[in-house]
Write a protein that binds this ligand. Structure first.
Ligand code: SAH
Length: 373
């Protein structure tokens, strides 16, 4: 689906030895053009044409880059390809949420979710296969980290979604995919280099052209990398907080033992530009949903340009938590809002398609095993 083999095949190497071109940021592309012996004075223009063709027009074949000379197209196709990740499964929920299970070159599988609504469309991308964090309420935490994703594999999720939604910038229509959030599988700030490069590709104004405000990196709190992200990219920051004190947060998010709440909030205060920071808070019945927890949260966030995303816990088989009832969640929300903090209560999306982080991948892996038994 949407994946077209590069067909500029003159002496092209097999796909396995060619690299996806969409994993290169502008500097990487300039270096690649130098290696292909493109004269120095032409490189900037050629790089811009390639970025426009691949990321603005959505080319899936180098022959579609018609403003490049034929010889350059042929040489690009000898070293690179534009093939998308393979689709293993696609689920559409009644509320319009789309969830894809994608297969990478080495057979590993990752999830990507598109969530439309409220005048925008958010693509939730994965940054790792599995996760090392073991957050108590998260399904991905039950899987071991299998590996880091490359920048191409991160960007590939976005290109795949744009193919499926027929939503390339060049269409000129109002965009369906308006925001990208690193809230899929994995801890993006434990894969900093690839995530940063993917962000630079998303932000390139001649290509996909996302603004910094439309790209959000969500972290469980890798403090040194938060500083680096602010300095080098300045995209939006989301922090998975989930509890107002270290004792409970360390149980829910073990990473808190390394970088406790005090250090984490200091890094948030240092985050440049006075930008609004989103704090995610999964509501767990009887664990972190009491009135005094809401008040403690207010006290903690005072003075920060903060917004809280309240996320009803999305249950998964065998999880030890429950989602609080509506009345409790609304009350928690009201305390925050009366204290002056915007706190949207997220409606659970795509429950009918196993949208909780990591669920689709696990279900897909269980199926064959069950059949074999
Ligand atoms: N590691 C990063 C990004 C991945 S998790 C981070 O921790 O921010 C992104 C968000 O998924 C977390 O904030 C958490 O709110 C949410 N999440 C994970 N499992 C969930 C579940 N079972 N129900 C509701 N939200 C969940």
């Amino acid at each position: 689906m949407g994946a077209t083999e590069a067909t500029t095949t003159e002496a092209a190497a097999p796909e396995s030895s060619r690299e996806p071109l969409y994993g290169l940021d502008r500097d990487g592309l300039m270096a690649a053009l130098a290696e292909l012996d493109v004269p120095a004075r032409e490189r900037r223009m050629r790089a811009r044409q390639i970025v426009h063709g691949v990321f603005h027009r959505g080319a899936t074949d180098f022959d579609q880059l018609t403003d490049l000379p034929k010889t350059l197209r042929t040489r690009l196709a000898q070293h690179f390809h534009l093939v998308r990740p393979q689709v293993v499964a696609c689920h559409q929920a009644a509320d319009g949420t789309l969830k894809w299970l994608l297969r990478l070159d080495d057979g590993q599988e990752i999830e990507t979710v598109f969530i439309p609504g409220g005048g925008r469309g958010t693509l939730c991308v994965s940054s790792q296969v599995g996760c090392t964090l073991s957050c108590a309420f998260c399904h991905t935490g039950t899987m071991p980290l299998v590996r880091q994703l490359t920048a191409a594999e991160i960007v590939g999720q976005v290109l795949h979604a744009l193919d499926q939604l027929a939503d390339w910038p060049r269409s000129g229509r109002p965009r369906r995919l308006t925001n990208v959030v690193f809230m899929g599988m994995g801890e993006p700030l434990f894969n900093y280099e690839a995530v940063a490069r993917a962000c630079r590709i998303l932000l390139d104004r001649h290509g996909l052209g996302f603004s910094r405000r439309k790209v959000t990196v969500s972290t469980a709190g890798v403090v040194p990398a938060i500083d680096r992200l602010g300095r080098e990219l300045g995209v939006r920051l989301a922090v998975s907080l989930h509890a107002p004190d270290d004792e409970r947060r360390s149980r829910l998010v073990p990473l808190n033992r390394k970088w406790p709440i005090g250090q984490l909030l200091e890094a948030c205060r240092r985050y440049p530009g006075g930008r609004m920071i989103t704090f995610e808070y999964v509501l767990l019945a009887g664990v972190n949903d009491a009135d005094e927890d809401a008040r403690a949260l207010l006290a903690l966030l005072r003075g920060l340009p903060a917004k809280v995303n309240l996320i009803p816990f999305n249950p998964w088989p065998g999880s030890p938590f429950r989602c609080p009832d509506e009345v409790r969640m609304r009350r928690f929300r009201r305390i925050l809002e009366e204290g002056g903090i915007e706190a949207p209560l997220r409606t659970p999306r795509g429950r009918d398609i196993l949208a909780a982080c990591g669920q689709l991948r696990t279900a897909a892996r269980r199926r064959p095993r069950r059949r074999a038994a």
